[in-house]
Design a protein around this ligand. Structure first.
Ligand code: MN
Length: 293
C-alpha cells in the first residue's frame, strides 16, 4: 500500500471565475483515466454571471460536470442543451471533435459550487463520434457512514448510467459525523480524493479542503471518518496505459495532432458551431513547442 501523498493545485482563471486546478499537477498527471480536475466555488452572486465560457473545442476526452450547488447551462455543436444541477451529471464525449459553451443560466439560485473533470479517451474511442449524455439523478448509496452519489463507474453492485470507455470510478461522499464510512476499492486501481467541504480523517491522516490526496494503488478498502459533516470526491481507475499529451482543451498523443486540431478550430472547420450561444467563440492561445510524451 502506498502512502497518501498530497498535491496542492494552483488557481487559474476561467474567464472571470477563479478555479482551483488539482489535476494535472507536477508529479501526478492522471488518476486512472481521469486527467483533469477543476474545483470552483462555493460562491454566491446576485446579478453577475460567474460562469461564462464561450464556445471552445475539445478532442480526445470526456468532460464530466458535477455540482454541489447551483447550475450550469451546457450547449454544444451537436445541438444538445442541458442544465447541470446538484445530483445530476453531464458527460460530454468529444471523440474526434466537439465544441461547447458553459454558462450560468439566466434563471439560477445565485450559487455556484462544483467540479469539472476530464476523462482521457482510449485510442480505440478517441477518433469516434461526439456524444452528450445528461443524467438527471445519479445512483445514491445510503451507507451507515454516509451517502454516496455515484456519477461514474460501479460501487457495491450499483452502476452509474454514465457511459465511459475505460474502467473508472467517480463519486461524491457525504460523511455522517462521528461514524466511519468504509468502502472496498480495487487494489489494482489508482485512487485519489479531494475534500470538498469540512474535513475528515483517512488512516489517521487529517484531510483538509483543497489538495488532491493521491492514494496510489494497493488499497483494497478505505475507512473515512469525520467529526462533523464532510463532503469529498473520490476518483479512480486502472493506471492508464497510453501516454497522453494535453494542451488547452485537447487531449492527444502527439504535438502534430494538437497543432492540427488548433488549426481546424482557427479555420472554423471540423468542430461545428454552438449556435445557441450568444457571442463570439474563444480563440486558441499561441501554440508553444510541445514535447512528445
Ligand atoms: Mn470545455
Amino acid at each position: 500500500m502506498q502512502p497518501i501523498v498530497s498535491y496542492t493545485g494552483h488557481t487559474v482563471k476561467l474567464g472571470d471565475l477563479p478555479v482551483e486546478r488539482v489535476l494535472p499537477v507536477r508529479n501526478r498527471r492522471m488518476v486512472g483515466p481521469w486527467c483533469f480536475l477543476d474545483r470552483f466555488g462555493p460562491l454566491s452572486f446576485t446579478d453577475a454571471k460567474p460562469m461564462d465560457v464561450a464556445p471552445h473545442p475539445h478532442i480526445g476526452l470526456q468532460t464530466v460536470t458535477w455540482l454541489l450547488e447551483g447550475e450550469i447551462l451546457h450547449n454544444d455543436s451537436l445541438g444538445c442543451e442541458a442544465i447541470a444541477r446538484p445530483g445530476s451529471v453531464n458527460v460530454m464525449t468529444s471523440g474526434a471533435g466537439i465544441a461547447h459553451s458553459e454558462q450560468t443560466p439566466r434563471q439560477h439560485t445565485g450559487k455556484l459550487n462544483g467540479v469539472q473533470l476530464w476523462v482521457a479517451l482510449p485510442d480505440t474511442r478517441r477518433h469516434g463520434p461526439a456524444a452528450f449524455q445528461a443524467i438527471d439523478r445519479v445512483p445514491q448509496l445510503e451507507l451507515p457512514g454516509g451517502i454516496i452519489q455515484l456519477f461514474a463507474g460501479s460501487l457495491q453492485n450499483v452502476t452509474s448510467p454514465a457511459q465511459h470507455y475505460s474502467d473508472i470510478l467517480g463519486f461524491e461522499a457525504t460523511l455522517h459525523p462521528h461514524t466511519t464510512l468504509e468502502l472496498d476499492l480495487n487494489p489494482t486501481w489508482e485512487h485519489a480524493l479531494v475534500v470538498l467541504d469540512g474535513e475528515c480523517h483517512l488512516e489517521n491522516q487529517p484531510l483538509t479542503k483543497g489538495p488532491l490526496y493521491d492514494l496510489g494503488t494497493g488499497r483494497a478498502s478505505i475507512a473515512l471518518r469525520a467529526t462533523r459533516r464532510a463532503k469529498l470526491l473520490l476518483i479512480g481507475g486502472p493506471p492508464f496505459e497510453e501516454k497522453i499529451l494535453m494542451w488547452w482543451n485537447f487531449v492527444a498523443r502527439t504535438p502534430e495532432e494538437i497543432a492540427h486540431a488548433r488549426n481546424l478550430w482557427l479555420a472554423h472547420e471540423h468542430f461545428g458551431d454552438v449556435t445557441a450561444y450568444d457571442g463570439p467563440r474563444l480563440t486558441a492561445p499561441d501554440l508553444l513547442p510541445l514535447r512528445r510524451p
